[in-house]
Design a binder for this molecule. Structure first.
Ligand code: 5AD
Ligand code: SF4
Length: 467
């Protein structure tokens, strides 16, 4: 598919918002998303498909004829959530709504979802979303239960319509699925093998996004930097980054998530050479212990990871680094955990996420002895988060007095504070009257403004606008 149409948020306000003048079929849908940015963006595309078929979008399941849950199964807690949501929708007598389960739980549980919640009529995993219009048509023609669970696909989910939630930053998938085999992770099982999209299609979509007013693009992929252009152009990830950043009208390009194995110096060179490429890298380490990394099958050692960090830190342009960390992986000893803590000291991450290991169905780690007691996992997580909090606070405090450009993406009228993000992905709030308040000036939403940092917390900065 060569081009896509983007339905902007502004055209979709109101309790039963329609799709930018598309003919209505009189029905409404609700979609709730759990999990990662890939899921958020998939939901945007699913919403686009539904709007294209004449559905309207509503913001309460009660108002909807069709209810979709786009689910996450990365950890057990996330997976459980969907069943509690489904429980709330159990119909009294005759089923009144079409209920669909999408995403990773759909892929993982498959038909069993119909057993656990017989009022569900559609189950579809992300690797089969290109079939969604067909599946919906089958339901509309009276089919009670339909499924899309094929994983063996060489296509990506490309839609004519995408209904993006954020009016300033557009998500754009460049690579779907994952070919890595981390032993704890369900993603290769739920999202299927890696498929990169052709660079020409991506670049055309970027040009469309500029036409729709977006100036910041976030390139998405489970291992975004494993991107390999399948077309004869054969761009690598760094080349694509530069090409996207050079599209007229693009001010910022972000990318997430990077895998250390495929993190090459060219990426740092692209960040250095092209100011529109944001100076932030999300580079999950998962553990600081080479022994645990081997058990996780992360394909790098602690030392190799630290070499990559040194390469990034040596850049002429300061680059923020964030990470994901799992504590309590099977066999993780106190000494292994201490290595993770010492890695935090060495790397000095600017932010990140940390989790207790959660055994997932059909992953190799599910069959390893979950040897760290729950209580100990909790303790390790608290220790790690406390340490990281201190590091972030110190790193943020070091920025006091510096001026950053922020893209303004929110406003709290209660405190008359605007919220923005720096290129290095920090939240930088600043005081200035908000639109709608008594002392309101012009809206700053979607604008790039210069802000001088005055105060710092572990998770955000506060500053003053420089005009
Ligand atoms: N248990 C805990 N955390 C996990 N993650 C992935 N799988 C698991 C699991 N089974 C974490 C990793 C990954 C992030 C998205 O979720 O840290 O980078
Ligand atoms: Fe999961 Fe590893 Fe692939 Fe990331 S790289 S999605 S953690 S298997």
């Amino acid at each position: 598919m060569g081009s896509s149409i983007d339905i902007r948020l502004e055209t979709l306000t109101g309790p039963r918002a329609g799709g930018a003048g598309l003919p209505s079929n009189g029905k409404a849908f609700f979609i709730e998303t759990f999990g990662c940015q890939m899921n958020v963006h998939d939901s945007e595309k699913v919403a686009g498909v539904l709007l294209g078929r004449g559905y309207q979008q509503v913001h309460q399941p009660d108002d909807a004829d069709v209810v979709f849950f786009n689910t996450c199964s990365i950890r057990e807690k996330a997976a459980q959530k969907v069943f509690s949501r489904l429980g709330l929708l159990r119909p009294g007598q005759a089923p009144t709504k079409i209920i669909g389960v999408l995403g990773c739980v759909a892929q993982q549980e498959g038909e069993e979802i119909f057993e656990r919640a017989p009022w569900v009529s559609l189950v579809c995993g992300s690797a089969s979303y290109r079939k969604l219009p067909d599946l919906l048509a089958q339901i509309e023609s009276g089919n009670r239960r339909v499924m899309g669970l094929d994983l063996d696909v060489d296509e990506t989910f490309e839609t004519e319509l995408t209904r993006r939630d954020n009016p300033f930053r557009a998500y754009l998938t460049i690579i779907e699925g994952c070919d890595k085999a981390c032993t704890y992770c369900v993603v290769p099982l739920t999202r299927g093998p890696e498929r990169s999209r052709a660079s020409a299609v991506i670049l055309e979509e970027v040009r469309h996004l500029v036409d729709f007013g977006y100036s910041e693009i976030q390139l998405l992929g489970q291992t975004v930097n494993s991107y390999r252009d399948p077309s004869p152009r054969g761009m690598n990830f760094a080349e694509l980054l530069v090409a996207v950043a050079q599209v007229a009208g693009i001010r910022r390009v972000r990318f997430t998530t990077s895998h250390p194995r495929d993190f090459h110096p060219e990426i740092v060179q692209a960040i250095e050479a092209v100011p529109a490429v944001c100076n932030h890298v999300h580079l999950p380490v998962q553990s600081g212990s080479t022994r645990v990394l081997a058990a996780m099958q992360r394909t790098y050692t602690r030392e190799e990871y630290l070499d990559i960090i040194a390469m990034i830190r040596a850049s002429k342009r300061p680059i923020s680094i964030t990470s994901d960390i799992i504590v309590g992986f099977p066999g993780e000893t106190e000494a292994d955990f201490e290595e993770t803590l010492s890695l935090l000291d060495l790397v000095q991450y600017d932010g990140g996420f940390s989790f207790k290991f959660s055994p997932r169905p059909n992953t190799p780690a599910q069959h390893m002895e979950d040897s760290v007691p729950e209580e100990e996992k909790g303790r390790r997580l608290a220790v790690l988060q406390e340490k990281q909090r201190g590091i972030q606070l110190a790193r943020n405090e070091a920025l006091i007095g510096q001026t950053f450009e922020v893209l303004v993406d929110g406003c709290s009228s209660r405190v008359e504070q605007w919220a923005g993000r720096t290129s290095c992905h920090r939240v930088l709030n600043f005081t200035s009257p908000c639109a709608g308040s008594a002392s309101a000036g012009a809206s700053l939403l979607g604008q790039y403004v210069q802000v001088k940092v005055k105060r710092a917390g572990p998770n955000s900065l506060v500053g003053e606008r420089i005009t």
